[in-house]
Design a protein around this ligand. Structure first.
Ligand SMILES: *[C@@H]1O[C@H](CO)[C@@H](O)[C@H](O)[C@H]1NC(C)=O
Ligand SMILES: *[C@@H]1O[C@H](CO)[C@@H](O)[C@H](O)[C@H]1NC(C)=O
Length: 324
């Protein structure tokens, strides 16, 4: 007989459950109607309400109106069967988020964020990006079939049931990608005059940020590293193709520019002017040397030495003039 009754209870009581109807949501609690529902209709039944393990009231009506706080758990039992309460109902607990695949998030891969929260009745979920009001998804899973750099940002989910809502901690989604095609800027732009200096600047969008290396066409070893490459005192042999290679852990990209060095006409003119000045200044010196030597020749008359000394005199003068 006892065994028979136990079996009967075992089969019958799981059918006892609390139905929740939401009335009002506030920031700290929820006003709800709780209804104790049993699968059969017992006559003259009294209902026991249990909050956090403590009996709080007995009612002949199957419904009660309560304010539910986040930590509250409610269950009901039938009079005389207090040991067999219904499963308890409660607001969602702090949701946990899992990201699949784990580890680095790489562009163009499939990425799934899953939110889960313990709640009864079962929670529904929504996903939000940054602090936008409109959810990006109303499912427990936020699925990126091919994640893009523009999907980078902070995400959070909210689990809700009629007894409350709970927000998970924000997750930062940082989408990694190989450098994009770099762009190269030359300052000054256009043709580069001989003797001037030129700065080449390379930039490429990449995550993580790219490192830069400069190569000259035909040279195996790099010319420089870093975003800026400065060539000072440009000479015609600097002409040619330069490539900037942007690289990060995801890949590399390169871009080439051509540097044309033109002979600067003003440099040429300056050189002509300098040469003319030197020649003009040399004439009186040579004349003076010849004049003095001529006088000495007349007195001493030492032929070959005279010529050598004359050369010496002229070259001393040239040296002084240039250094001056
Ligand atoms: C999610 O649900 C809200 C209201 O329930 C609706 O306004 C919104 O458009 C839905 N969003 C998506 C992405 O389905
Ligand atoms: C999720 O559940 C809450 C509470 O029951 C409800 O207010 C909300 O409309 C539901 N949201 C969606 C997207 O179904």
């Amino acid at each position: 007989m006892l065994l028979h009754e136990g079996l009967f209870l075992f089969i019958w009581f799981p059918a006892l459950q609390v139905k929740v109807r939401k009335l009002e949501y506030t920031n700290s609690y929820c006003r709800v109607e709780l209804r104790c529902q049993s699968s059969c209709q017992p006559k003259h039944q009294s209902y026991i309400w249990i909050k956090n393990g403590q009996e709080i009231l007995r009612e002949t009506s199957s419904s009660v109106f309560v304010s539910v706080y986040p930590a509250d758990k409610y269950s009901c039992a039938l009079e005389g069967y207090k040991e067999f309460p219904s499963p308890s109902v409660y607001a969602p607990q702090l949701p946990s988020v899992s990201i699949s695949p784990s580890g680095e998030i790489v562009e163009n891969r499939k990425v799934i964020l899953t939110c889960s929260s313990d709640a009864n009745p079962a929670a529904n979920y929504s996903w939000y990006k940054e602090d936008k009001q409109k959810p990006v998804s109303n499912e427990s899973q936020l699925i990126f079939s091919s994640i893009q750099a523009s999907d980078t940002g902070k995400y959070h989910c909210v689990a809700a049931n009629p007894l409350g809502r709970k927000r998970c901690q924000q997750k930062h989604i940082n989408v990694k990608y190989a450098p994009r095609l770099p762009s190269v800027l030359a300052i000054p732009s256009g043709e580069t005059g001989e003797g001037s200096s030129v700065t080449l600047t390379c930039s490429s969008d990449a995550n993580p940020g790219a490192t830069y290396t400069w190569y000259k066409e035909g040279d195996k070893s790099p010319k420089a590293s870093g975003q800026n490459f400065v060539i000072s005192n440009v000479r015609p042999e600097h002409s040619g193709s330069y490539s900037c290679v942007a690289q990060n852990t995801r890949g590399r990209q390169s871009f080439s520019v051509h540097l044309t060095v033109v002979k600067d006409p003003s440099v040429k003119i300056m050189n002509i002017i300098r040469l003319t000045l030197v020649v003009l200044m040399l004439i009186p010196v040579v004349v003076l040397c010849l004049w003095t030597r001529k006088g000495e020749t007349l007195s001493s008359g030492t032929g070959p030495i005279e010529a050598a000394e004359m050369m010496q005199c002229a070259s001393d003068s040239v040296y002084q003039n240039i250094s001056a």
